[in-house]
Design a protein around this ligand. Structure first.
Ligand code: NAD
Ligand code: UDX
Length: 470
């Protein structure tokens, strides 16, 4: 059996770009062409400023671009020349059916189907087609059916499921050192060919072959379980606040049990990002469509708890800051919002809890000064303007280029993303820049609360009993 020497990846996004850069770096004998229907994306990949920020990615892409990695809009040509084709296009949730109370949402597979039809039409030689996008159970079988029905006579297709587990902000590291690689399928020869690609750098025991359904479901289940851990610790954070326990201590106490483990127990304003909501919604939809409402309800609670965290954080800000002065709501008060990305280490704002908090604050009459080290100004404004359907007053928003200018003249500081640089802020200096009494609400449990209290701030943190100095 021939080894793979030519790969095409359809979809030059967060997944396609970094994944192919790593394959190119590790497999010098493989030529890789990453294609996309969006010409701006492709020119950005070919420019000095890549469309995706990831530590280590710039150097990797710039090195490989001159050798075995190409970014192109010529999709048909790349398909024609490849032995193996990754489908790494987006699979967003379908819009909610009007009136449906379910949190379930079927993923929109139209981009994946379009790729399958195009591969069928263009291919003149046998191809291995690999679903890298996150798809519902059964999607690979559907892709195989489309290829069979629309393909040229005599051309054979093997479809594999090879879901991606990278996290944003650590994509390159995750791709270089994956915990595991799943290769689902029923064609052993094709599975072995893809496995041989990964074996250039991934230890064999970490490459798991399995049937297609298991691989597809393991992806959804992994994200659902990770999100569930976040909702679990966040549910306990609400209890901590009420009884006087400290969530950091509780997390350490629980996580020290090796069966539970320390990772992914950071209390927060809830999970955001492009994957968790969508994949849980997909799992809920799947459970409902299989006639398993109890399973659907179980995962629904993970999403419900996630929303609760934001609701109670905003309620806390309102309750604490309207105690004195007789002001109702946040009318006219300036809130410095530190962080806007859905997590630290990235400029991505998809499903960011920060936007939900900002909108709630605006709705309650606050003026916002927002600072995030990675999110461009226009993304923040666009994101909030898009939520303006819910009556956000976008004129009350200013975006600042550093933390101190956001804090200057504000009454309240809220921490919305767990950027470690917020710990380095000179809080003594910050206090002088603020109106008094000064408040800090730490939604990501990143600041040194004892020190802030000593300085004279009123401090509230998720998961800690409430202490005020006033
Ligand atoms: P993305 O939106 O960043 O990129 C997808 C790209 O596909 C876009 O550039 C788009 O123009 C292109 N595209 C869409 N339809 C196309 C078509 N018919 N032909 C050519 N190009 C087309 O998405 P992403 O974040 O890279 O996610 C891709 C898939 O990987 C999704 O299924 C997602 O669930 C999954 N995934 C994402 C992550 C993550 O961290 N972002 C992690 C694991 C899995
Ligand atoms: C996630 C999965 O981790 C990854 O395996 C999958 O391929 C894509 O989805 P990502 O969304 O990039 O990756 O980020 P992740 O680090 O998982 O964080 C998701 C959200 O959960 C973020 O909003 C983060 O702030 C939050 N989170 C994470 C917590 O609130 N607490 C934690 O302990 C961990």
């Amino acid at each position: 059996t021939d080894r793979i020497t030519s790969i095409c990846c359809i979809g030059a996004g967060y997944v396609g770009g970094p994944t192919c850069a790593v394959i190119a770096a590790k497999c010098p004998e493989i030529r890789i062409t990453v294609v996309d229907r969006d010409p701006d994306r492709i020119s950005a990949w070919n420019s000095d400023s890549l469309p995706v920020y990831e530590p280590g990615l710039d150097a990797l892409v710039k090195r490989q671009r001159n050798t075995n990695l190409t970014f192109s809009t010529d999709i048909d040509r790349a398909i024609d020349q490849a032995q193996l084709i990754f489908i790494a296009v987006n699979t967003p949730p379908m819009p909610h059916t009007h009136g449906s109370s379910s949190m379930g949402a079927k993923p929109d597979l139209s981009a994946v189907s379009e790729c399958a039809r195009r591969i069928a039409r263009v291919s003149l030689t046998d191809k291995i087609v690999v679903a890298k996008s996150t798809v519902p159970c059964g999607a690979c079988a559907t892709i195989a059916g489309m290829l069979r029905d629309n393909g040229q006579k005599g051309v054979g297709f093997s479809v594999l499921s090879n879901p991606e587990f990278l996290s944003e902000g650590t994509a390159v590291r995750d791709l270089l050192h994956p915990d595991r690689v799943l290769i689902g399928g029923d064609d052993r020869v094709a599975q072995d060919k893809l496995k041989a690609v990964y074996m250039h750098w991934v230890p064999e025991p970490r490459i798991l072959t399995m049937n297609t359904w298991s691989s597809e479901l393991a992806k959804l289940a992994s994200n659902a379980m990770l999100a569930q851990r976040v909702s679990s610790i966040n549910s306990i954070s609400a209890v901590c606040e009420a009884v006087g326990a400290d969530i950091a201590e509780v997390a350490r106490g629980c996580g020290s049990d090796e069966r539970i483990g320390q990772k992914f127990l950071r209390p927060s304003l809830g999970f955001g990002g492009s994957c968790f909501h969508k994949d849980i919604a997909s799992l809920i939809w799947l459970s409902e469509s299989l006639g398993l409402p109890e399973v659907a309800e179980y995962w629904h609670q993970v999403l419900a708890l996630n929303r609760f965290q934001i609701k109670r954080f905003v309620a806390r800000i309102l309750a604490d800051t309207s105690r004195e002065g007789g002001l109702s709501g946040l009318g006219g008060r300036r809130v410095a919002c530190l962080g806007f990305a859905f997590k630290e280490g990235t400029g991505d704002t998809r499903n960011t809890p920060a936007a939900d908090v900002c909108c709630e604050l605006l709705r309650n009459g606050a003026k916002l000064s927002i600072y995030d080290p990675r999110v461009p100004r226009h993304h923040i404004v666009d994101k909030l303007a898009m939520s303006a359907a819910s009556n956000c007053d976008i004129d009350s928003v200013s975006v600042c280029s550093d933390a101190y200018s956001a804090i200057a003249g504000s009454d309240i500081v809220v921490v919305l993303t767990a950027w470690s640089e917020f710990r380095q802020i000179d809080w003594e200096q910050a206090l002088k820049l603020m109106s008094q009494p000064a408040y800090v609400f730490d939604g990501q449990v990143v600041l040194d609360h004892g020190r802030l209290e000593q300085l004279g701030f009123n401090v509230f943190s998720i998961g800690r009993a409430h202490v005020t100095t006033q």
